[in-house]
Write a protein that binds this ligand. Structure first.
Ligand SMILES: Nc1ncnc2c1ncn2[C@@H]1O[C@H](COP(=O)(O)OP(=O)(O)O)[C@@H](O)[C@H]1O
Ligand SMILES: [Mg+2]
Length: 271
């Protein structure tokens, strides 16, 4: 492949928690090509958010190297935009002003910013809502505002941390379709963190399966299925089974204990 746009080399991360050392990431190595869509999947606590925070430059205390375009990451930068699970919109700012926050560090005139903000409002399909406030939006619309804010500085890399996790199933699927449509228009390298295997297979070119304690790569799987992908297809189903098996076959994995009817209080059963 050409020189990667993102490169993790021997990355390790520990936290000090009450005098103990918690190893959150061990020996993480990954190259991401320009324009590629990589999904990182793994159970809760396996270090996915930590990895994104390191890549975006919010935390610079780690072992190894992370580089973007061959340059070491030493802090946040406009070429990396991030979208969090909770949309983190400011309730007292309009949609346009929330998106404008993504431009505070950009050397643009007010008129250029205005034009850019409105281009991105259109891109995420919220043309009629520029002056609306977050409380007037549905969960899916608010998350689209957050995506527009992540994209408005025209980053070359979009980082998404479980961006659709809090949405209902239907909105969730619509947002996945929209993310692919946005990517088709703005060819942007994308790193998505998710615990949802199906989401990873639906969207990504490559899926990195993590295992926990300490967080490390278990397997990297190429997803060669053509777009638009059919969740009900045989190939999709097979990949899903394979990845679920990878995720759940670790030694520490505890399957959820099914609740027995007899364990429930009587009042529950009567109801
Ligand atoms: N700021 C922090 N201080 C201490 N421990 C942390 C901190 N951030 C994350 N951790 C720990 O690091 C591990 C990985 O966390 P995280 O990256 O949030 O996992 P994930 O996003 O995959 O659920 C967890 O055990 C978590 O408790
Ligand atoms: Mg997380």
């Amino acid at each position: 492949m050409n020189a990667p746009i993102v490169s993790f080399n021997h990355v390790g991360k520990t936290f000090d928690v009450d005098g103990f050392t918690l190893e959150a990431i061990r020996e993480f190595n990954l190259d991401i090509a320009e324009g590629e869509f990589v999904a990182i999947v793994g159970s809760s606590g396996c270090g996915k958010s930590t990895l994104l925070r390191l890549l975006v430059g919010l935390d610079t205390q780690f072992r190894g190297q992370i580089s973007v375009d061959g340059k070491a990451v030493t802090g946040i930068g406009g070429e990396r935009g991030i979208v969090f699970q909770e949309h983190r919109l400011f309730p007292w700012l309009s949609v346009a002003d929330n998106i404008g926050l993504g431009l505070v560090n950009e050397p643009l005139s007010a008129a250029q910013k205005h034009r850019r903000i409105h281009d991105f409002i259109e891109l995420v399909g919220l043309g009629d809502f520029a002056r609306a406030y977050p409380h007037q939006l549905s969960g899916g619309m608010a998350q689209r505002v957050a995506i527009a804010r992540g994209l408005v500085a025209s980053p070359r890399i979009l980082l998404l941390d479980e961006p659709f996790g809090a949405l209902d199933a239907l909105t969730h699927q619509q947002m996945q379709d929209e993310l692919l449509a946005i990517r088709a228009r703005a060819k942007i390298t994308t790193v998505l963190v998710t615990h949802d295997v199906e989401e990873a297979i639906f969207l990504a070119d490559r899926v990195v399966v993590m295992e926990p304690r300490p967080g490390r790569i278990k397997q990297v799987v190429d997803i060669a299925l053509p777009h638009p992908r059919q969740r009900s297809s045989f190939d999709f189903h097979q990949l899903r089974e394979e990845l679920l098996h990878e995720l759940t076959s670790d030694d520490h994995y505890q399957p959820p204990v099914p609740v027995q009817v007899r364990d429930l209080p009587l009042s529950f059963i009567a109801y």
